[in-house]
Design a protein around this ligand. Sequence first.
Ligand SMILES: NC(=O)C1=CN([C@@H]2O[C@H](COP(=O)(O)OP(=O)(O)OC[C@H]3O[C@@H](n4cnc5c(N)ncnc54)[C@H](O)[C@@H]3O)[C@@H](O)[C@H]2O)C=CC1
Ligand SMILES: O=C(CO)COP(=O)(O)O
Length: 336
Amino acid sequence: MTHPAKAAVFGTGSWGTAFGMVLADAGCEVTLWGRRAELADAINTTRTNPDYLPGIELPSSVSATTDPAEALRGADFAVLAVPSQTLRGNLADWAPKLGADTILVSLMKGVELGTAKRMSEVIEDVAGVPADRVAVVTGPNLAKEIAQRRPAASVVACRDEAVARRLQSACHTQYFRPYTNTDVVGCELGGAVKNVIGLAVGIADGMGLGDNAKGSLITRGLAETTRLGLAMGADPLTFSGLAGLGDLVATCSSPLSRNHTFGVNLGKGMTLQETIAVTKQTAEGVKSCESVLDLARRHGVDMPITETVVDIVHDGKPTVVALRELMSRSAKPERR
Ligand SMILES: NC(=O)C1=CN([C@@H]2O[C@H](COP(=O)(O)OP(=O)(O)OC[C@H]3O[C@@H](n4cnc5c(N)ncnc54)[C@H](O)[C@@H]3O)[C@@H](O)[C@H]2O)C=CC1
Ligand SMILES: O=C(CO)COP(=O)(O)O
C-alpha cells in the first residue's frame, strides 16, 4: 500500500474517536464521520471531541464530517464504530459509497438481535463484500485509556491473513500493539460475550458478593463463551488470548467499562429504567445478552450466566433469586 493510508471512521463516540487517534498516530490520514454537525464542527475547530473524550487533543491528521461520501473518498479502510444494533441500517446508506477495494473494519462488540449475526456477517450481508475484505479489531481496549496513549495490546482478525497484516501495520503505535488472528468467529464472540459477563460481574460487585464470586464468574463466563465458540467452529485457543480472557479481565475489573458499571447499578438495586437513564453511552451487553442467548440456543449450547443476565435485565428477575438459582444448578465436572 502507498502511504499514508487513509481511513474513514464511522462513529464519533469514544472508541471510534480513540481508534481514529491510534490510526493517525500510526501515520494514517483519518476522517471521522458523525451524525451531528455540531460535534463534527467542534472536532474540526477545537481539535478535541468534547462529548466523548473531553480534554484530549486529537492529532492534526484527524478531521470530521457528516458526509459519508467525503469520509470514504480514497479510503483504504472503512472503520465501523456505531452501536451494533444500528449497523445494518447505517451501513445500507454508506455501502454504495465504498471504494472497490476498501477494507471494512468492525470495532463493534455485539450480536444482532433477531438474526443472531456477528457484526462481520452483517457487514458481508449489507455491503455485499466477501469475508476476506472484512476485519475485526478487538481485545482489552478501554477507549479512554487508549486515548490517553496508555499501553494496550489488541487483535486484528481477518480470514485473509494478508489483510490482517495490512491493518495491523496501519494501527501499530508505541502504545497500541495489535496481533493478527484469522479466527474471526472466536474474536468476535470473545468481544460480544465478554460484555454479557461484564454485566454479570458488575451485578455481583454491586451486590457486594466479593472477589471469589468475581473470579468464579469470569472463569465460568469464559467456559461458556468457549463452549459456544467450539460449537460455532472457533479455535478454542482464541478465548485464552486477548480477544477472550484479556478483554474479559479488563472489562470485569474496570470502572471505565460501561457494561460493568451498568451491572453494578443493577446489583445495587437500581431498576432497569433508572440504570438506562444514568447510562450515557453504549453498553452493548444489555441488548446482546438476548442475541447471544439466541445464538446459544440455535447451537444447543448451555450458557447459564448469559441466561441469568437475560433473566435479570429483561425479565426483571430479582438478583438474589437469580443468584440462588445459579448456585443451585446441578453439580457437574468442571470440564463440561
Ligand atoms: N468504548 C470502548 O472502550 C470500546 C467500545 N467498543 C465497541 O465499539 C462500539 C462503539 O462503542 P463506543 O464508541 O464506545 O460507543 P459510544 O456510546 O461512545 O458512541 C457511539 C457512537 O455512535 C453514535 N450513534 C448512536 N446511535 C447511532 C445511530 N443510530 N446511528 C449512527 N450513529 C449512532 C453516537 O452518536 C456515538 O457517536 C460498541 O460496539 C462497543 O462495544 C469496543 C472496544 C472498546
Ligand atoms: O470493550 C471494551 C473494552 O475492551 C469496553 O467495554 P465497555 O463497552 O463495557 O465499556
